[in-house]
Design a protein around this ligand. Structure first.
Ligand SMILES: NC(=O)c1ccc[n+]([C@@H]2O[C@H](COP(=O)([O-])OP(=O)(O)OC[C@H]3O[C@@H](n4cnc5c(N)ncnc54)[C@H](OP(=O)(O)O)[C@@H]3O)[C@@H](O)[C@H]2O)c1
Length: 309
């Protein structure tokens, strides 16, 4: 019988990619969603609300692992209401999942939690897993998320957080708004251009999740990012090259603030700040990256773009 992995919040960008990857690897996949219960493409969708115990807990009984990807998107304007939901959707889901695991007769072997490299704040210093945390709202979100996860550890379930970087994929994720700008010949350096982008190709990220599910040595917090972070200036140039675009005027910070609030309806900090993180623990454990060089990676993501656009 196939081993089961439960993906709370698995209906989104990372979850759908991971679900398909796990199915390819022979796993049975169950997604917990606030939407209607259904089954499609070999994925079973079970309803939950992300905060209260209900019949969804039956899915956890005897499963191989849980990978929790739940969280209101941070790609929004940080109003008090949005900020509260960004935190509660993360913290509540962790809390209720731990509660449900504790009540299992046969608890999951592993609980893998999505986290974010945003915990390091806005810095150009190289950050490994031991580096100091930054300051500000996004840092607090990550800290409260991890605190809920690691405080009162589960007795029979291995726990690990993957602090995810800027996940690159053809369709969706944080690359999409940058791609739109570049297509409009607006893909110049953003702000000072010195802020780092710690990027990872989604295939490598899926492989990291699989490693975390299968390798019993993986516990604690891991930087889930590629080995070669780059500055925004380098990133935007590589993106323009991959899309066959030439030089584009830089977007100074005041313009980015205006554009973020008025056009993108997102917090400008998402584009103007960054962090320079390395996957020290995954590298030490022998993890092999498929995607290391940014230019090659973006060219591969957009291969075929010219024929369809
Ligand atoms: N994508 C990245 O590059 C990246 C980088 C760093 C960290 N992360 C973290 O990784 C996780 C998954 O990322 P993603 O890109 O796949 O996000 P996503 O596409 O926004 O998916 C997250 C899922 O969470 C559920 N959700 C949203 N708001 C919720 C709420 N208020 N209460 C309960 N559930 C809620 C939604 O599922 P339903 O609507 O089906 O319930 C949604 O599909 C997130 O926690 C994110 O912060 C992602």
């Amino acid at each position: 019988m196939a081993k089961k992995v439960v993906l709370p919040g698995g209906s989104g960008f990372l979850g759908q990619s991971l679900a398909n990857y796990l199915i390819e690897k022979g796993y049975e996949v169950v997604v917990l969603t606030r939407r209607t219960a259904t089954s499609s493409n070999h994925i079973k969708y079970v309803q939950w609300d992300g905060k209260t115990i209900n019949s969804w807990t039956l899915e956890l009984e005897g499963c191989e692992a849980i990978v929790n990807l739940t969280g209101k998107s941070v790609n929004c304007i940080y109003t008090p209401r949005n900020k509260a939901e960004i935190i509660s959707s993360r913290v509540d889901s962790v809390r209720v999942l731990k509660q449900a695991i504790r009540a299992c007769k046969n608890p999951p072997k592993a609980f893998i939690q999505a986290g974010s490299l945003a915990i390091f704040g806005d810095t150009t210093a190289v950050c490994n897993e031991e580096s100091v945390h930054g300051t500000g709202f996004s840092v607090q979100v990550c800290q409260r998320w991890e605190e809920e996860f690691f405080t009162h550890p589960l007795p029979e379930t291995r726990q690990a957080v993957l602090r995810i970087g800027f996940a690159l994929a053809k369709n969706g994720g944080a690359l999409q708004p940058l791609e739109k700008l570049a297509r409009l010949n607006l893909g110049g350096t953003i702000g000072s251009g010195k802020q780092y982008i710690s990027w990872i190709h989604i295939e490598d990220l899926n492989q990291m999740f699989l490693t975390a599910i299968e390798n019993s040595q993986i516990t604690g917090a891991y930087n889930a990012t590629g080995p070669r972070p780059v500055t925004n200036q380098v990133f935007m140039k590589a993106l323009r090259t991959a899309l066959g675009k030439g030089w584009a005027a830089p977007a100074p910070s005041p313009l980015v603030w205006l554009g973020a609030y008025v056009v993108m309806r997102a917090d400008p900090g998402l584009a103007l700040t960054g962090r320079n993180c390395i996957p020290a623990k995954f590298t030490k454990s022998g993890f092999v990256f498929k995607y290391v060089d940014l230019e090659t990676t973006l060219k591969e993501i957009y291969a075929g773009w010219f024929s369809t656009n």
